[in-house]
Design a protein around this ligand. Structure first.
Ligand code: FRU
Length: 317
């Protein structure tokens, strides 16, 4: 067998193993949960999966299988289709984008498998439950905060760069909409960069900001749809020697990322976006036991800035 065919045969064997591993219930487990997670490269996703696994480990009657979507809609669709074929008892999904995952959610629901949608929405209401923060509200809070930083309601002055997360996802759309409501009411505020999609990634945000800095001699504030992108923009400004003229705000508030960057003075504020993993396990159990479970569960948010960061970090330590 040459190297390539060995690799192929070995790969196929591994795939078979993984599938049969997923297809069987582990000892003592009464219910199998299949979770399609969009990616595992970002720290927010890593924390999300960890909290979910820890919560599931407290319930021997549950077996949790997490499939990594590798940041690709097609991979998530095929992971969900595999869960349906394996007849898992409940499917959870945190989608890359809404339209692309809608068909898979509809098909799982049509096959009689309850689906819980986490953090990013889909364009159907065939799912059993949605768990996540209110991104429109977070966008509005960020907008009001930005207006305050720029001089206050009715008096704000400034030039804003907004860096979008994935445009086809509901958090990016809602974080934009809420922010725009506050900003667009201010005649003295203009957005010099808008509708630039960095797909939630720090390095892409760095590049968008590097171009914005070249094109615009004055920028007063950067709104990143998450902390890694706000921080990427900060690093670009720092490399251009302009970080002190600009305020950076983001979303997520992880203790090791956004909150730390606030503490270090890189970001002015971040808005907490709670990972829904632990709650998803509690709600899965309720649904599987036939207990009442609402269609929508909203997780809270709070602002972390220079005034609150020490208490926030102490509470999460
Ligand atoms: C992680 C992430 C978070 C963001 C969330 C939005 O993949 O980009 O940073 O708040 O997804 O769905």
């Amino acid at each position: 067998m040459d190297r390539r065919s060995f690799a192929l045969a070995f790969g196929a064997g591994l795939a078979g193993l993984t599938l049969s591993g997923c297809g069987r219930k582990s000892d003592g487990a009464r219910w199998r949960l299949g979770f399609s997670q969009v990616t595992t490269t970002e720290p927010w996703r890593v924390l999300f999966n960890r909290e979910m696994r820890e919560a599931a480990a407290k319930h021997p009657e549950l077996q949790l299988v997490i499939a990594d979507g590798q940041d690709r809609t097609e991979k998530q669709v095929s992971d969900i289709e595999a869960f349906v074929r394996q007849r898992v008892d409940l499917i959870l999904v945190s989608p890359k984008e809404s339209a692309g995952l809608t068909g898979a959610v509809d098909a799982a629901a049509a096959a009689g498998i309850p689906v819980i949608v986490l953090d990013r929405g889909v364009d159907t209401d065939a799912y059993r439950q949605f768990i996540g923060s209110d991104n429109l509200k977070i966008g509005r809070m960020a907008g009001a905060y930005a207006v305050d930083l720029l001089g206050g309601k009715g008096r704000a002055q400034g030039r804003i760069v907004e860096i979008w997360g994935g445009m086809a996802s509901t958090p990016a759309q809602e974080r934009h909409k809420g922010f725009a409501e506050a900003i667009d009411a201010e005649p003295g505020v203009t957005r010099v960069v808008d509708r630039q999609d960095a797909d939630w990634k720090q390095d892409r945000a760095y590049n968008i900001m590097a171009s914005a800095l070249k094109a615009h001699p004055r920028i007063d504030l950067v709104y990143g749809h998450n902390d890694p992108m706000a921080y990427g923009a900060y690093l670009a400004a720092k490399d251009a020697g302009r970080q002190d003229e600009i305020r950076f705000i983001g979303i997520d508030g992880l203790p090791d990322e956004g909150a730390k960057w606030v503490k270090d003075g890189a970001l002015t504020a971040t808005f907490v976006y709670e990972p829904p993993g632990a709650e998803a396990i509690e709600q899965s159990l309720r649904i599987l036991k036939g207990e009442p479970a609402p269609k929508r569960i909203e997780l809270g948010t709070e602002v972390v800035d220079a005034r609150t960061v020490d208490a926030f970090l102490a509470a999460r330590a």
